[in-house]
Structure formats: structure tokens, C-alpha cells
Write a protein that binds this ligand. Structure first.
Ligand SMILES: Cc1ncc(COP(=O)(O)O)c(C=O)c1O
Length: 416
């Protein structure tokens, strides 16, 4: 009997035997039955250069043998320093505050914004504004900034009220920060946000927070999606792909003007009152540095643009498919919305055909590792086309077996 409880998973129906991953290599995951599947969702938007990339594996091993962990509470370490410098240079920011998962970077951003205005003598600025259908994570503050009722409504007694962003109305003087997902709202089913929605945010007094947790590190074709919006954020949250998808690490990056407001004598108590035990863990920071080096060594951004172009060509064909309601794409973040109730069966059939993805409702996600080949992209869309055909009531002769059997199994036997 399993003792494991999985996130966002109804355990009643969960069959661990059918979906236990024992190994990852490049774009592929191998399950305990010895099947290899293409990780078409980059393990929920985390994997960048492929699983177990030797460069990152080596960096992790070397760092683990040098300095495994040392707290950042009142101390520093060279790897965290180097990563902070690298991230700030990439994002045009000045300071990096480290945490672990994406949601903890958002929590830090929320508290930073609140304390920023207290320190700046405007403590009445306590309101947060967010996009419609926003998603920023599952901790209480991040959930409060989210707008997906299914995830949030049952926890209404512990979340705080936030305001939906209205591009036509002026922002109140009580607003501490406006948080946005740049270009695409991934958890809302790859909902695209028109660039003009961000225009009014260019010269507001409230802090602008860009949540790049899903979109950062090349997913939309640029290192960060905000680069394509004209936004000039005060705070940027990154996570997920920061370590190339290998270890839990997130960061809240800020401008000097935000950081400066937290400086003073120790007994003024204006320093930031927030932190986590594993913030800036050196092993995770080493993994992140190796991942960032790979962007240059392997031309990851160019690869991402190539994958996006290949996917765009494939999506044209899918638009004609009567079972497809909509297709949405921001670089390599792609959602194919199927007709009602088809999401789950389509994802299951795709798994049988050698492609692992997770539906968001009826939206099939394609968020591939940024080392995917043209052939892998084509194969995914071919399989998706076949799967929708097999699910169509109008095509009763097409069975799931028609989409099975594209074997990509690892040549070596599975251990354990
Ligand atoms: C835009 C965005 N923000 C925050 C989060 C939360 O990140 P994590 O799951 O690492 O806590 C997610 C997760 O999907 C996300 O998509």
C-alpha cells in the first residue's frame, strides 16, 4: 500500500502502477513498466534542457561535496552571490531574494510590497490588484492573488480580498502592487493576455510585480516574457525553470529603489521580516548557474524559437479539427482546447501513444523541454490529431490502438 498523497490528484482512482516514473533522460521519462514517454509538459513547466543533463548533474554533485547548505539568515555564500548577480543582470534588476517554490517567491513579493509602503511612509497602500483568471500559487497569499474559483473558493475564509485589474479604471491610492502574468496565464489553460492590457501599467505609482514563474527562462521565446510587453517591473518572481527543472529554487528580484527602502540602522527594524530555512541553498544555486550557462552553450533561446515555429506550423492543421475548440500559443507554451470532457481521455490516450501531458480541464498542454527536436514536436501533434480522431463519435472505426505503439523505450533495462 502506498503512503504517498499526490498534489492536485484524486487518489481514489490513482493507479501508481500505470504512472510511476523511475528515470529521466533528455526529453523522455521512463515508467516502472519500462515505457518511455515524451515529457510534453516539461514536468509542469520546469524542465528546460532535458532531464538529468550531465552539465547540471555534475554541478549538483560538485556543490554537494563542497558546501551542501548554509543559511542565508545573516550569512552569505559564493554560489548564492554569483547566482544573484547573474539573475539581476539577465532581468535588469538589482537584488535577488531567494526562496524555494514559486509560491514562496510570490509570498515574499506580497510581503515586500506591503513593508515597502510601510517603510516609505504610505502604510495605507495595502490593496493588491491582479488579472482576471490569475494564478500565482497555492499558499495563502499567492492564492489570494489568484482568481481560479476551483482552486480558491473553498478556502475563502482564510484568503484576503484582491481586486481584478481593469485597464480602463484608475488605480486607487490604496494599491500596494499590481501583479501580472506576462503574455500568458498558464494555469488558466494557456490564456493569452493581449499586450495592450499592460499598457496602462507603465506609469502607475503602485509597484508592478511580474510573475515569471511559468513564463521565465525562455518559455515564450525571450528569457523573460515581460520583455515582450513593454512593462518595467519593480519586482519579478522566478522559479520552476530556474534550476533547469532539477531542484526547488525560486527568487524575488527587485529594483534598487525597492531595496533601498529596507535599509536603516538595525534598531529601526526596517529590514525585510521574511525568510525560509533553505533560501538560496548552494546545491540548488549551483544547478541554476549550470542551467543558465547552458542557455549560452546550447543556444537554448534560439532552440525555443525553433520549437515554437515548428509547433505553430503543426497547430495550423489542428485548427481545422472539429474536436478542437481553440488553440493558444505563446512561444513554447501551448494549449489546445478540446470539446467538452475530452481533456482527460485525450491525455490518457496520448500517454498510451508515448506522450506525457496533463490536461487543464479540456485544454491539452504542450510545453516541451527546450531541447526537443522537430521530430518530437511533429510526433506529438500527429499523436494528438490521431487521439482526437479516435475520440470522435463520428469516427467509430478509429480505435486507440491506432495511436499506440510508437515505442521510444530506453534501451537499458529498468532497475528496481
Ligand atoms: C504563474 C505562476 N505563479 C506561481 C506558481 C506557483 O509555483 P509553485 O507551484 O512552484 O509554487 C505557478 C505554478 O504553476 C504559476 O504558474
Amino acid at each position: 500500500m502506498s503512503h504517498l498523497w499526490l498534489p492536485f490528484t484524486q487518489m481514489w482512482h490513482f493507479d501508481g502502477g500505470a504512472r510511476t516514473f523511475v528515470r529521466g533522460r533528455g526529453t523522455m521519462l521512463e515508467d516502472a513498466r519500462g515505457r518511455c514517454v515524451y515529457d510534453a509538459v516539461s514536468s509542469i513547466w520546469t524542465t528546460i534542457h532535458g532531464h538529468c543533463h550531465p552539465r547540471i548533474v555534475e554541478a549538483i554533485a560538485r556543490q554537494a561535496a563542497t558546501l551542501d547548505h548554509a543559511t542565508l539568515l545573516g550569512a552569505t555564500n559564493p554560489v548564492a552571490e554569483e547566482l544573484a548577480e547573474r539573475l539581476c543582470a539577465l532581468a535588469g534588476m538589482d537584488r535577488a531574494f531567494f526562496a524555494s517554490d514559486g509560491a514562496s517567491a510570490v509570498e515574499a513579493a506580497i510581503k515586500m510590497a506591503l513593508q515597502y509602503w510601510q517603510n516609505a511612509g504610505q502604510p495605507h497602500r495595502t490593496r493588491f490588484v491582479r488579472l482576471r483568471d490569475a494564478y500565482h500559487g497555492d499558499t495563502i497569499g499567492a492564492m489570494s492573488l489568484s482568481d481560479i474559483a476551483l482552486f480558491k473558493s473553498r478556502f475563502g475564509s482564510i484568503t484576503f480580498e484582491t481586486q481584478s485589474y481593469d485597464a480602463t479604471a484608475p488605480l486607487g491610492m490604496d494599491v500596494a502592487a499590481v501583479i501580472v502574468e506576462p503574455l500568458v496565464q498558464a494555469a488558466a489553460g494557456m490564456r493569452l493576455v493581449p499586450k495592450k492590457a499592460y499598457e496602462r501599467l507603465k506609469d502607475v505609482e503602485a509597484l508592478i510585480v511580474c510573475d515569471e514563474i511559468a513564463t521565465g527562462f525562455g518559455r515564450t521565446g525571450t528569457m523573460f516574457a515581460f520583455e515582450q510587453t513593454g512593462l518595467s517591473p519593480d519586482i519579478i518572481c522566478v522559479g520552476k525553470g530556474l534550476t533547469g527543472g532539477t531542484m526547488a529554487l525560486s527568487a524575488t528580484l527587485v529594483r534598487q529603489s525597492v531595496y533601498d527602502v529596507f535599509l536603516g540602522a538595525p534598531d529601526e527594524f526596517v529590514h525585510f521580516f521574511h525568510g525560509h530555512s533553505y533560501a538560496g541553498n548552494p546545491i540548488a544555486c549551483a544547478a541554476a548557474l549550470a542551467s543558465l550557462a547552458l542557455f549560452e552553450e546550447e543556444g537554448t533561446l534560439e532552440r525555443a524559437q525553433g520549437i515554437a515555429a515548428r509547433a505553430r506550423a503543426n497547430l495550423e492543421g489542428l485548427r481545422q479539427n472539429p474536436l478542437v475548440r481553440d488553440v493558444r500559443q505563446a512561444g513554447t507554451m501551448i494549449g489546445v482546447e478540446l470539446r467538452e470532457t475530452l481533456g482527460r481521455p485525450a491525455a490518457d490516450a496520448l500517454y498510451d501513444a508515448g506522450h506525457f501531458t496533463r490536461p487543464i480541464g479540456d485544454v491539452i498542454q504542450f510545453v516541451p523541454p527546450l531541447c526537443s527536436t522537430d521530430e518530437e514536436v511533429d510526433n506529438f501533434f500527429e499523436a494528438l490529431g490521431n487521439v482526437t480522431l479516435s475520440l470522435s463519435k463520428d469516427a467509430p472505426n478509429v480505435t486507440l490502438s491506432a495511436v499506440e505503439g510508437r515505442s521510444r523505450c530506453h534501451p537499458e533495462p529498468v532497475e528496481g
